[in-house]
Design a protein around this ligand. Structure first.
Ligand code: GNR
Ligand code: NI
Length: 167
């Protein structure tokens, strides 16, 4: 296992669109294990491959309080979203220290492959629903701050650039 480097916003690699995984093999299983280790160490409740500069459709999530309920989503697709929306506060490991409200579907149904390459579907609500939509956005090259006002985005970019220079 290995800790992977998380790309920080603003970085144009966060806007790359991930390609579908062609085969769930040992390379993908190693990626899932390394992403899980990186997510737990951060610590975070989710991580998309885009954030570790791998542009393939892989997500890991663990929203349990006990940090022992790892979910891996390979080639995930949201096949249903509720019309009901919900506003909730989000953060992102690629935008450290920034938290703001984003509106998402309250419930979603996801179709994906697991680490064995088997198809599964999952109904998601609460933090899991928020997180899966946040991670799916990463795979499409979208970061949650892009839902905020242009003024906030400008401020966040300048704050992140200052932080990067201070390192
Ligand atoms: O760790 C994370 N917490 C979080 C909180 C509210 C909404 C979304 C998230 S995802 C985030 C980890 C991350 O950046 N995933 O891409
Ligand atoms: Ni994120």
């Amino acid at each position: 296992m290995a800790l992977l480097n998380i790309i920080n916003y603003p970085d144009k690699r966060l806007h790359k669109i991930a390609k579908p995984v062609e085969a769930v093999n040992d390379r993908i299983r190693r990626l899932v294990a390394d992403m899980a280790e990186t997510m737990y160490a951060a610590p975070g409740v989710g991580l998309a491959a885009t954030q570790v500069d791998v542009h393939e459709r892989v997500i890991v999530i663990d929203v349990s309080e006990t940090h022992d309920q790892l979910l891996a989503f390979i080639n995930p697709e949201i096949i249903w979203s509720s019309d009901e929306k919900k506003l909730s506060e989000e953060g992102c490991l690629s935008v450290p220290g920034i938290y703001d409200n984003v509106e998402r579907a309250e419930k979603v149904r996801v179709h994906a492959l697991n680490e064995k390459g088997e198809i599964f579907e999952m109904d998601c609500e609460g933090l899991l629903a928020v997180c899966i939509q946040h991670e799916m956005d990463h795979l499409m090259g979208r970061v949650f701050v892009e839902y905020l006002s242009p003024l906030k985005q400008t401020r966040i970019k300048s704050k992140m650039k200052k932080l990067a220079h201070a390192m």
